[in-house]
Design a protein around this ligand. Sequence first.
Ligand SMILES: [Zn+2]
Length: 82
Amino acid sequence: MSRLWYVDCPECDQGRLFVQRKSGSSDLFLECEECYVAWNHPAHVGRESEGYLSIDIPSEDATKEDIVAAGWMMYSFHVSQD
Ligand SMILES: [Zn+2]
């Protein structure tokens, strides 16, 4: 299963920010695999006031189709085979 990620987490510098889709929704967010800090938009990543803890939010791995639907294609994402 390939997963999409955006950049290394600016909060902890250890994890990557994976693109997640909230369960039952088309809303995407970017979630750190290590510290679970999240942002709702790639343009907000690193803004302390926009970051939140995502650990209790049910979500699925976002697909390329989800990213197109969210209008995020101008951002570049990495593919992980984890
Ligand atoms: Zn982190």
